[in-house]
Design a protein around this ligand. Structure first.
Ligand code: THU
Length: 137
């Protein structure tokens, strides 16, 4: 990997770690930050936002995605995820599905602030449901 590529990933991971400071996690105390990178290299951050009606909680990854989409930003290359209390926190099933709907070729970096692990969303959501099933009707 080139130094430029390593630098890009390091910046994205740092943005995810930084995003955790905005986490609204007063019920679980499990604070998560995410940084979503567009194909043009722009970074949109998100943090988890919890509700006293627990099921309304939104994960950091979906906050970042919805922020971007609602601003007309629709093409993504990677997302980095950081959790304060857990090394290499994987995205939940709901986030995998929504990310897949908008960015099936996404690269996922899980970071603990010091190291990171790299995954492909396609590998984390095999046999994904998507628009092709809807079109087949
Ligand atoms: N959470 C995330 O924000 N992202 C994940 O990848 C896993 C879980 C949040 C949701 C909830 O606020 C807390 O972590 C505990 O589930």
């Amino acid at each position: 990997m080139t130094d430029k590529e390593e630098g890009r990933i390091a910046r994205l991971n740092a943005a995810a770690q930084d995003a955790v400071k905005h986490a609204q996690a007063r019920y679980s105390h499990f604070r998560v930050g995410a940084a979503l990178e567009t194909e043009e290299g722009k970074v949109i951050i998100g943090s988890n936002v919890e509700s006293s009606s627990y099921g309304l909680t939104i994960c950091a990854e979906r906050v970042a995605l919805v922020k971007a989409l609602s601003e007309g930003i629709t093409r993504f290359s990677a997302i980095s995820i950081y959790a304060e209390k857990f090394d290499f926190c994987p995205p939940c099933g709901a986030c995998r599905q929504l990310l897949y709907d908008y960015a099936p070729d996404l690269t996922i970096y899980l970071t603990n602030g010091k190291q990171y692990k790299t995954y492909r969303l396609k590998d984390l959501l095999p046999l994904a449901f998507d628009e092709s099933q809807l079109k087949a009707q």
